[in-house]
Design a protein around this ligand. Structure first.
Ligand code: SF4
Length: 649
């Protein structure tokens, strides 16, 4: 079972990828006695999070699987499909099963994919186990299995959900996942990466977005599945109809595990934590389950239901952060999205929590049908005045598969991206340009730094190509902010295969530059291509070919192209444009994801120009402007300890 991570926006380690859904599948199959016939392996995070596309294909094939299952979310579905095609080419008998929130009957482009044999729609535990049972006793299901799409059963009967969450058990308590013990700083930073609100998406997405990873100290916990609300942008009401609970006894068992494991945060995945009548009792139980107050809780809830006493109970249990949804102030937008907001009650609830020292993250959506530029600006005015939050999160609306908005898109006049993240591009009252401008206004007005590019971190390549070096050389990156140099992440834990390579230096003046790249299967998902040439203008086609070769092998890579000209003046705009065009020849999730971002130059590819500090006075301001229009300019200084790289102002 494979769960591919949110791609990192730069050459840095991925950590936010807990395969919780896969762990549930395995645990449920074990409870059905299926592990006497099947061995189920969760692809380790150290492999799933680091390998490039080809490397993942090789790692999966090396294990000789009989069937491979993927958890499919917005950020990994296209990469997953690319990988499944290669798997099927290499092993025609291999079975492929998909699950996760991307699997819905209205996501036809995905179900038409030839490499897919089975697709699990909705809650997966029972369906996956029934598929295994059918495969154990024959070639596969002979009659439609509820919730299971196959080529023979394209409209399967609806899956009846599990009666309660005790039926699934805890993958932590039962030894499938390890909540480990590392800091949660990464959790915070990973939360910033995704602009699709938790509130927009079903829990499977949140599991990953929450930023925890196997081995990190965050535990993901569902005390309930299902939501009584019916927000039309959200898949949850369709994916999970009734509300099912985890018993108090099982909840306490999970919390004892968290306490024993020295977990630092328990992230509650419930869609609306306070939708239950016994919410105060739940908070008391959570407080009792945290006797040393060593971990914090965080969750999403409706602020309208919070009074001073409840806020006090939240603080007593050690909630440090909650997320609440406002989404829109406009009555028509609220009507169309099926979510009414009681503004005075929301404000009172948010303030009660703020008064208790709880951080409140408030969500607002841009692009809801019914909203206009004026109504959104009125929302900004209100938020600026009332400030019922510690942090404001502004998201573009996604028209997610399986949602009421997706079903009604044509009727509502919504145009949206055909591929994830399915951002709305046009509504009857907002065009793309307005959405773009409104986001820019919001960022300026509220001082939001939305997914800023991480600082450039460079590691000087060795004299020859680094392509065969698995273990990186010394890092001499220096941040302007005075941060300490980044930890070396690239060579870590590549799994049982060969070491992976996260950087290759290519001399464009040499023969067949692209041929000097390290083998595609050994390249990391976050990869730096370091190009050198005496005359970049003359070698621009060779540079573009190298970029194209990297992306042809691993199209979903997060690619940093470093251009280091021997003579900076021979690095012309034409050369930079040729390299950028090659970068954008192939688009992946981060490119779509950042496409409505007003702060430019964000995506899966980043261009960095390295120039010698000693020559800076010889460079024309026009040259620097041209470079900085499309790349990050970095000065390279020689120092006693090696080369130091520093971003230009
Ligand atoms: S409250 Fe609305 S957005 Fe949140 S899970 Fe329920 S239906 Fe979805």
């Amino acid at each position: 079972l494979v769960q591919l991570p949110i791609p990192p926006p730069g050459p840095e380690a991925v950590r936010g990828n807990v395969p919780l859904a896969a762990a549930y599948l395995k645990l449920f199959a074990r409870r059905q006695g299926l592990l006497t016939a099947f061995r189920i392996e969760l692809l380790p995070a150290a492999v799933a999070n680091t390998r490039g596309d080809r490397g993942l294909v090789e790692e999966i094939l090396r294990r000789g699987p009989w069937m491979v299952g993927f958890t499919c979310c917005l950020w990994n579905i296209e990469r997953t499909l690319w990988i499944t095609r290669r798997l099927k080419e290499a092993a025609t008998d291999l079975r492929v099963v998909l699950g996760g929130p991307e699997i819905t009957l209205d996501n036809r482009w995905l179900l038409e994919e030839r490499a897919v044999d089975y697709a699990v729609i909705g809650e997966g535990e029972q369906t996956f186990s029934e598929l295994l049972a059918a495969l154990r006793s024959g070639a596969g299901p002979t009659a439609p299995v509820p919730g299971l799409w196959t080529r023979q059963a394209k409209r399967p009967p609806r899956r009846k959900e599990l009666p309660d969450l005790d039926a699934i058990g805890s993958p932590y308590v039962e030894g499938i996942l390890d909540a480990g013990a590392q800091g949660t700083d990464v959790l915070r930073s990973r939360r910033r990466i995704s602009t699709v609100s938790k509130a927009f998406v079903p829990p499977d997405l949140r599991e990953v977005r929450s930023g925890a990873a196997a081995g990190e100290s965050v535990m993901l916990l569902e005390t309930a599945r299902g939501c009584r609300y019916r927000c039309k942008y959200c898949y949850y009401p369709h994916g999970s109809g009734s509300i099912r609970r985890l018993s108090a006894e099982k909840l306490e068992e999970n919390l004892r595990y968290a306490d024993r494991q020295n977990v630092s945060e328990v992230f509650l995945l419930d869609p609306t934590l306070n939708q239950r009548a016994d919410f105060a009792d739940l908070l008391r139980l959570l407080a009792r389950g945290n006797p040393r107050r060593q971990f914090t809780y965080s969750a999403e809830l409706r602020a309208e239901g919070i009074d001073a006493a409840t806020a006090h109970l939240l603080a007593a249990a050690r909630f440090e952060e909650v997320e609440i949804g406002l989404q829109s102030l406009d009555p028509e937008a609220q009507r169309l999205m099926g979510r009414a907001v009681d503004l005075p009650a929301l404000e009172r609830g948010a303030k009660a929590m703020l008064d208790e020292g709880i951080r409140v993250r408030l969500d607002l959506i841009l692009g809801l049908p019914g909203d206009t530029a004026d109504s959104i600006r009125r929302g900004f005015d209100y938020l600026d005045r009332a400030r019922p939050f510690s942090e404001l999160q502004i998201f573009n609306l996604s028209i997610l598969p399986g949602t009421a908005f997706r079903a009604q898109a044509a009727k509502l006049g919504l145009e949206f991206q055909p591929r994830p993240p399915y951002y709305v591009l046009k509504t009857p009252t907002l065009d793309t340009e307005s959405l773009y401008r409104l986001m820019e206004e919001a960022l300026d007005r509220f001082g939001i730094e939305l997914d800023a590019l991480p600082p450039v971190r460079l590691r000087a390549p060795r004299a020859q190509s680094e392509g065969t070096q698995g273990v990186p050389g010394p890092i001499f990156a220096q941040q302007k902010s005075g941060q300490s140099p980044p930890r070396q992440e690239s060579g870590q834990s590549p799994g049982a295969g060969e070491e992976i390579v996260d950087q290759a230096a290519v001399d464009l003046d040499g023969p067949s530059p692209a041929a000097s790249l390290p083998p595609a299967a050994r390249r990391a998902q976050a990869f730096t291509l370091w190009l050198r040439a005496a005359d970049f203008h003359a070698r621009r086609d060779a540079a573009a070919q190298c970029v194209a070769a990297v992306l042809a092998d691993n199209p979903h890579t997060t690619l940093q192209v470093v251009v280091e000209p021997a003579d900076p003046r021979r690095l012309t705009s034409a050369a930079l444009e040729a390299i950028l065009a090659a970068c954008h020849e192939s688009l992946s999730y981060l490119d779509w994801y950042y496409s409505l971002h007003p702060r430019g130059r964000l995506g899966a590819k980043r261009l960095v120009v390295v120039a010698p500090w000693a020559k800076r006075r010889t460079l024309e301001p026009a040259w620097m402007r041209a470079v900085q229009d499309c790349a990050t300019l970095v000065w390279c200084k020689d120092a006693a300890e090696g080369k130091i790289f520093e971003e230009a102002e």
